[in-house]
Design a protein around this ligand. Structure first.
Ligand code: TYM
Length: 326
């Protein structure tokens, strides 16, 4: 059995990009692997958060994890800040990373916008992510495409330390889905769908009602050609909608193109609304049942205990390799 680890930031507005790129994989993997899924609250404070909202968002993500089908009997589900090993290992990795490699991270460049007052945590963010992954001897990391660079730096750090101190870490692989790996924004299909974009119609959040979903899809940017054909370069809008249709329905893109041959964008979009609502409504129903339950807290406490037991072993192994402590 392989060890699988991944995480989602509790920054609100969890959307279909997060679902189709990551959460869907989490569920697929849990039957055949040792899975650990984390709510990475320490990552979320790399940008300012309102404490009350953060606490609510943590429980929202936990409830969504369960609502999409994660089963605490099969997967460990926990909150990152409840396991001290993450920050401990992060420091050890920090001392083995280079400022040059961190400066090349595109997410840092985008989020810091070259500002001198960008939080240092934003700069060292990928190291904390590497710590998350390496702490559990992870083999596989299911994520969306936007995390590719972060997985690369994790592998580099693991290999660098293994070369210097002898085999210390498992070198992990990223796992990316074909259709869901990069869901684009509905109003600007050249940038990825994001939790923080100002226009709410640029994304479909997992907790959006059917009316909102309909509005967002019907006004999604397409092109003037009018044929339903996959061509990411020249027709990014319709190609993105085809990807979403495919990922939700399980139909292959060429089969969807055939189904809509001769039909217009309006017809296709109407059906896409149905496909999306059908996929999301059952998730919302489960979410509403779970969100306020005491069980949610018990699951997270139990998950933290299990994660901590694994983490402590790795930390003591790493400290020994580095000559730290007694
Ligand atoms: P986060 O919270 O931004 O996103 C959670 C997951 O959703 C994927 N994702 C997308 N996939 C497809 N299309 C999109 N438009 C889209 N937007 C987001 C992300 O790739 C991610 O898999 N750094 C991570 C959290 C993290 C982590 C980890 C992940 C911290 N430590 C360790 C894996 C392993 C992040 O910010 O994800």
């Amino acid at each position: 059995m392989k060890r699988v680890f991944s995480g989602v930031q509790p920054t609100g507005n969890i959307h279909i990009g997060n679902y189709l790129g990551a959460l869907k994989q989490f569920v697929e993997l849990q039957d055949e692997n040792n899975c650990i899924y984390c709510i990475v609250d320490l990552h979320s404070i790399t940008l300012p958060q309102d404490p009350k909202v953060l606490r609510k968002n943590i429980l929202d993500v936990a409830a969504l994890y369960l609502a999409v089908g994660l089963d605490p009997k099969k997967s460990i589900i926990f909150v990152q800040s409840m396991v001290p090993g993450h920050t401990e290992l992060s420091w050890i990795l920090t001392c083995n990373s280079y400022t040059g490699e961190l400066s090349r991270m595109t997410q840092f460049k985008q989020k810091s916008r070259d500002s001198e007052s960008a939080p240092t945590g934003l700069f060292t963010y990928p190291i904390l992510m590497a710590a998350d992954i390496l702490l559990y001897d992870t083999d596989v990391v299911p994520v969306g495409n936007d995390q590719k660079q972060h997985i690369e730096i994790t592998r580099d750090l693991a290999e660098r330390i293994n070369n210097k101190y002898g085999k210390t870490f498992v070198v992990p692989d990223g796992r990316f889905l074909k259709e869901g790996a990069r869901i684009m924004s509905l109003d600007d299909p050249t940038s990825k769908m994001s939790k923080s974009a100002e226009n709410i119609h640029s994304r479909i959040s997992l907790l959006d009602d059917a009316n909102k979903i309909k509005k967002s899809i019907m006004r999604a940017t397409t092109d003037s050609e009018g044929t339903i054909r996959f061509d990411m370069e020249n027709k990014p809008g319709i190609s993105n909608l085809l990807n979403i249709y495919s990922a939700f329905s399980g139909m292959k893109v060429p089969d969807i193109e055939k189904k809509y041959e001769g039909l217009g964008y309006g017809d296709f979009k109407k059906d896409l609304v149905e496909v999306t609502v059908d996929a999301i409504l059952p998730i919302q129903q489960r979410y509403n049942e779970i969100r306020e339950s005491e069980e949610l807290i018990t699951i997270l406490k139990d998950g933290a205990e299990k994660a901590n037991a694994i983490s402590e072993k790795t930390i003591s192994r790493v400290k020994h390799k580095f000559g730290l402590g007694l």
